[in-house]
Design a protein around this ligand. Structure first.
Ligand code: FES
Length: 398
């Protein structure tokens, strides 16, 4: 157990104790855990600088020179497809005097700094630096942007500052049995958005992980189609992710297989899979589309969201008016997101209440306890062996 200020140590001890509770006794974390500046700093050091974060989809940068921007803790990065077709990531900070090189997304075969026009190729090397000839020691060949470790798995781009993090393909191999049949790497990205919401990042993660709120907070949108009793959890507890499946009934506007879908059979044609890759990448993978969130904290009370939507290829192929279909679909998700924003911003305010305490969890919130185990192992050195929890957690889900 690491040692910090007494109130921080007390929060970490409570985290470790809560994560070890039997599923039938599962509780939320104390409200202070979501508002503590000290906990946020520990999360930055022990989670966001060490684990893999999702920067987006490889299909969002299909051509050489396509780039997207992202950040890991305080490190701005850009992710680019190089001339050889490889997805690579670099520090987005100029080697001359620290200017941010690119913003947003775009395409460039050369990255030119907007301050004094130092120019970089797609491998990060300086290939142009005007008026730098007089100091005799300067040689542009000595300069190259720091490269950020990057792996693409099933179409997702993961980045990390940690040279020792295990390979994504090894970490997420057990997830393949749930997601491989959808062939999600072939889905076509149709929308990306960036937002900042006024809540703690963990509250938004936990909100994603439970369908308990869907028939209530989302009764005007997705909740109407959602039979909560059909929710199924993995009997195993995994170290790097948690996952559940749910079904969509025949009244659902989205979430069921297109008639031209030949990948999915039986109940999989109306089943969606919802993985959360710890710490902060989550998606709902349906037969006809998926949408995703990738989160990064901004202090204790703000979270930066990257939100994206992709369509199954046969859906795209069948549409005569893709833009209007996408506009309607994204408009629907905008309403769903607003419903979520209202609740997660409200509970962050609730966590400041002097009378607020930890509350009991439903069986439908089982993944929140999986998340607590991840947090306890990362932040409190709890060393909880997830493989020993298999049977216990299965009992809770039944
Ligand atoms: Fe980039 Fe000067 S800061 S060229």
């Amino acid at each position: 157990m690491p040692k910090y200020a007494p109130e921080t140590d007390a929060l970490l001890e409570t985290l470790a104790r809560t994560a070890r509770l039997e599923p039938r006794q599962a509780m939320t974390l104390p409200p202070a855990f979501y508002r503590s500046e000290a906990i946020a700093e520990i999360e930055t050091e022990r989670i966001f600088k060490r684990d893999w974060l999702c920067a987006g989809l490889a299909a969002e940068i299909p051509k050489a020179g396509d780039y997207i921007t992202f950040s890991i803790a305080a490190q701005p990065i850009f992710v680019v497809r190089d001339e050889a077709g490889t997805v690579r990531s670099f520090s987005n900070v100029c080697l001359h005097r620290l200017m941010q090189l690119v913003e947003g997304r775009g395409n460039a075969r050369r990255i030119s700094c907007p301050y004094h026009a130092w120019t970089y190729d797609l491998t990060g090397r300086v290939i142009g630096a005007g008026h730098m000839g007089r100091p005799p020691h300067f040689d542009k060949r000595d300069y190259c942007l720091p490269e950020i470790r990057t792996e693409v798995w099933e179409g997702w781009i993961y980045v990390t500052l940690n040279p020792d993090a295990p390979r994504v393909a090894d970490m997420l191999a057990p997830l393949l049995k749930d997601v491989a049949r959808y062939q999600m790497a072939g889905y076509v990205p149709v929308a990306q958005q960036e937002h900042v919401w006024a809540t703690n990042w963990k509250m938004l993660c936990e909100n994603f992980m439970e369908g308990y709120h869907l028939p209530v907070a989302h009764k005007a949108t997705v909740g109407a189609w959602f039979p909560v009793e059909d929710t199924e959890f993995s009997p195993e507890v995994h170290e790097h992710f948690t996952v559940q499946t749910f079904t969509k009934d025949e009244t659902a506007s989205y979430g069921r297989a297109h008639e031209d879908n030949t990948r999915l059979e039986g109940r999989w044609r109306y089943t969606s899979v919802m993985p959360t890759i710890f710490p902060s990448h989550m998606y709902v993978l349906a037969p006809d589309h998926f949408w995703y969130l990738s989160l990064r904290p901004h202090g204790t009370g703000e979270v930066k969201l990257k939100f994206g939507v992709a369509l199954a290829p046969e859906v795209v192929a069948s549409l005569t008016d893709l833009p209007s279909y996408v506009e309607t679909l994204v408009g629907f998700f905008d309403r769903v997101n607003e419903e979520d924003r209202a609740v997660v911003e409200s509970i962050y305010k609730g966590a400041a209440s002097p009378l607020a305490e930890a509350g009991p969890l439903s069986w439908l919130e089982r993944e929140i306890q999986d998340f607590q185990i991840y947090l306890a192992n990362r932040l409190a050195d709890a060393r909880i062996d997830v493989s020993a929890l298999r049977r216990t957690v299965k009992e809770a889900a039944e």
